[in-house]
Design a protein around this ligand. Structure first.
Ligand code: KG4
Length: 339
């Protein structure tokens, strides 16, 4: 193993982490969430600018906390995609500069594999496994038969689940990001609103959130036009039952068909309390191990990028300094990246 310094800047967190022989020495995250909250979503241009402003300080703090010198680092890892192009470039330029300066390998990391491998801070991965990746930008079911092998068996046909949570929260007057306030409100409400389940009756591992979002928006506007007050906790509960229900339904079908040993949750929406409890209940019934990431792993950080990088370092998956960011990098093309 080795000392790895990892950088993450794909969305609205500027993060640097350092690991030594698999042990986390430092994990510094600077979040921009307060700035973007004013706009009700991430403003890409502002995100890039803030990454550029913050990266130096975050890097310095991570090195100080780890109590190492940059010369000691064996490889520099960075999120190459998917994400916001301008934001990705900031981390990538920093990593490339460090790799060049210290003549060390550059390791390109796929952001979603980071969310999946964050679970290695909980336990070793057991294959075959099903990773349920649910975040603000992606929603997919991924089968892994071994390390660094990713097969997407289902994905959203339109919006990501987190994006849907954020839009529904906005129409209900709840703050951004909407996941947590909806989760909290849902605990206080009842399932009283009738929201159709997308793709019902289809045998598919795909998900769909755009119709559900539109249904909530239309229902809220209709109620308002009739002068009726929307019961926010009830709407949150009704929405969450359908949104999470779809993920749980696909997971149950997939564990049976693919005979997986474990299910792991990954991404920002894996912080959802209802998803966590429903998954645990269903997997316990089937005697399938479920790994639920600690909350600090569900938001973006570079510790998860370093975890994947350890595996890539062992296999010597390195990129040269002409590497570009790939905002749409497909997880199955992971080891086939081009410089
Ligand atoms: O995209 P993502 O993995 O993180 C970042 O890129 O920072 O996760 C952010 C998404 C947002 O859409 C947010 O609303 C959602 O995760 N989220 C949640 C919860 N906490 C965060 N969604 C549902 N329930 C939660 N408790």
């Amino acid at each position: 193993m080795a000392i790895i310094l990892a950088i993450e800047s794909s969305c609205d967190e500027t993060a640097v982490a350092i690991t030594k022989d698999g042990k986390l020495l430092s994990n510094v995250v600077s979040t921009q969430i307060e700035v973007h909250r004013k706009y009700g979503g991430v403003m890409p241009e502002i995100a890039s600018r803030l990454h550029a402003e913050n990266i130096g300080a975050v890097l310095k703090e991570a090195i100080e906390q780890a109590n190492i010198k940059l010369e000691d680092v064996d490889a520099f890892a960075v999120t190459r995609g998917p994400g916001l192009i301008g934001a990705l470039h900031v981390g990538l330029q920093a990593a490339k500069t460090l790799a060049m300066l210290y003549k060390k390998p550059l390791i390109p990391v796929h952001h979603l594999t980071g969310h999946i491998y964050a679970n290695e801070y909980v336990d070793e991965l057991q294959f075959p496994l099903l990773a349920v990746v649910v975040s603000g930008g992606n929603s997919e079911l991924v089968i892994m038969k071994d390390h660094l092998q990713f097969e997407v068996i289902g994905e959203t046909r339109d919006d990501a689940i987190g994006e849907c949570y954020d839009k529904v929260a906005r129409v209900l007057g709840l703050p951004y990001p909407g996941g947590l306030p909806i989760d909290q409100n849902a605990k206080l409400g009842q399932h009283t609103y009738d929201l159709p389940t997308p793709l019902k009756g289809e045998h598919t591992y795909d998900l769909s959130y755009s119709g559900l979002k539109t249904n909530v928006i239309n229902l809220v506007h209709n109620l308002e036009q009739r002068g009726e007050k929307v019961n926010v906790p009830d709407m949150c509960r009704s929405f969450q039952d359908v949104a999470i229900g779809m993920v749980v339904d696909r997971t149950i079908k997939a564990v049976e068909e693919f005979a997986v040993k474990e299910v792991i949750l990954a991404g920002g929406v894996s912080a959802n309390s209802y998803l966590r409890s429903r998954m645990k209940e269903e997997m316990d019934k089937r005697n399938i191990k479920i790994v639920i990431p600690p909350l600090w792993c569900t938001t973006d950080n570079a510790a998860m990028i370093a975890k994947v990088a350890e595996h890539l370092y062992e296999r010597q998956v390195f990129a040269d300094l002409s590497l570009g960011a790939d905002p749409n990098w497909f997880i199955e093309d992971y080891l086939k990246f081009e410089n």
